[in-house]
Design a protein around this ligand. Structure first.
Ligand SMILES: [Zn+2]
Length: 453
């Protein structure tokens, strides 16, 4: 098993992922995608969209605003309950998530139960803890012309400041629920049907860690799948099975590293009657990759109450009227990227020397081919290489050019960034038109006509 440090180092070295605001010393819990990282991220998100939206007749897409009416988060329960247990060390004043300080502590741990465990502070080593308090993870901001002194001003100013508070969405799901009625009234979908969304979500994690696994700003891909209440169980199984098909079939994840975890009632989110987490064996251990949750009619009923709008669905054939129940598969893009990278990362030996290789599935690799002339100071090779490069780019788009260093160094670099094939134009090319194609995984070389690629 490779280490997380190896992957972090490769990501930075080769332009996949940089620490956020790197030039200013970084910003905790944020990461920036470089040229190769954004290519991988886009391919993953596009494949998800194709698999779950474009290739299906029962799932529709939306793209809602990140800033939403604060009533959204009152109705959804996030204002009251979207929190983690925060505990402060009285000795060094470090603040931590209580349930992450030792194995076996749940999010609902009480102060007494926590203190009885005698957990040591990770910073100072003492065991002198304050009360456990619930810390709300939503990022808040003010919308409109609110001045910093308004909050300390007269009652009217304070009230206006309070009313201007909005949140960066903590999940994309509510952007779907709030558009349920719009979709039903414009698309007239048959039941069951889903609404999908991809986009940013924000969580003020108490202690962001493990690279992109627990970050404060992430991209989510979520579907709310609306079903007749009497059919939720079969639809839950159907949606769960689809996730495995996507993760193993489309993303190429190693199935032996994927595990289902039936989340016990006391650990489920406040809205869920059944949740199965799909966990993945990351380099630092088993962690949640995604979840499938049965959210009942919790969200639509809350929206109906808070908005006064009718959320009922009327069956076109039977005339039956009901508020649908919901199955929600939710996946974090960064968690998926890390799973893909940790399956792909390998160290092996080629021709007696060690190398790092990223065995990405061909359709996820940032570049499909790398084209290069054997020698960059031979104009006839360079000219022919440019011809092949232009033809492959026209056909595939994601093709890169490399004429730096010697050929061995170029192969090493392309192995590290995961390019499946290197195409080299040499003196034989000038004789018979064939090019050398070198395979990333086997390091074997064959000669073919460029048109065969
Ligand atoms: Zn401490």
């Amino acid at each position: 098993m490779n280490s997380l440090e190896d992957i972090v180092s490769l990501c930075k070295r080769r332009g996949y992922i940089f620490p956020g605001s790197d030039v200013y010393g970084g910003m905790a819990g944020t990461w920036d995608f470089g040229p190769l990282g954004v290519a991988l991220k886009k391919k993953i998100m596009d494949k998800w969209w194709k698999f779950f939206v474009e290739d299906r007749e029962d799932i529709y897409g939306v793209d809602a605003a990140i800033l939403m009416n604060p009533k959204t988060w009152e109705a959804s329960g996030h204002t009251a309950t979207f929190s983690d247990p925060l505990v402060e060390c009285k000795s060094c004043h470090g603040r931590f998530r209580a349930d992450k300080l030792a194995d076996g502590i749940t999010e609902s741990v009480t102060t007494d139960a926590f203190k009885a465990l005698n957990v040591k502070c990770p910073t100072c080593g003492k065991s002198d803890w304050g009360e456990i308090r619930q810390f709300n993870m939503m990022f808040s901001t003010h919308v409109g012309a609110v001045l910093p002194d308004d909050e300390a001003g007269d009652e009217g100013a304070r009230e206006r400041a309070k009313k201007s508070i909005a949140y960066l969405r903590p999940e994309t799901a509510q952007g779907i629920f709030t558009n349920y009625k719009n979709v039903v009234d414009t698309i007239y979908p048959d039941m069951p049907f889903g609404i999908a969304q991809q986009g940013k979500a924000f969580r003020n994690e108490i202690s962001p860690r493990d690279f992109i696994l627990r970050d404060r700003e992430c991209s989510q891909m979520e579907i709310e799948y609306f079903v007749h209440p009497g059919t939720w169980e079969e639809n839950f199984e159907k949606i769960l099975k689809l996730q495995h098909e996507f993760l193993e079939g489309e993303m190429g994840l190693d199935s032996s590293k994927i595990h289902e975890y039936e989340v016990p009632a006391e650990d489920r989110a406040h809205y869920s009657k059944r949740t199965v987490d799909i966990e993945f064996d990351y380099p630092n251990g088993k962690e949640e990759l995604m979840g499938v949750a049965y959210r009942t009619d919790f969200d639509l009923m809350n929206i109906a109450k808070a908005s006064g709008k009718n959320m009922e669905y009327r069956d076109k054939n039977t005339g039956e009227t009901y508020v649908p129940h919901v199955i929600e598969p939710s996946i974090g893009v960064e968690r998926l990227i890390l799973a893909v990278l940790s399956c792909a990362y390998a160290e092996d030996e080629v021709g007696g020397s060690k190398r790092v290789v990223l065995r990405l599935p061909e359709d996820l690799a940032p570049y499909r081919f790398c084209v290069s002339p054997l020698l960059k100071n031979k104009p006839e090779l360079v000219e022919k290489a440019h011809e092949v490069y232009a033809a492959l780019r026209a056909k595939y788009g994601n093709v890169t050019w490399d004429d730096s260093g010697n050929i061995g160094k170029r192969y090493r670099k392309q192995d590290e960034i995961g390019t499946p094939k290197c195409v080299v134009i040499d003196f034989d090319t000038l004789e018979d038109g064939t090019v050398t194609v070198r395979d990333r995984d086997t390091a074997e070389q064959v000669r073919v006509q460029p048109e065969e690629l």
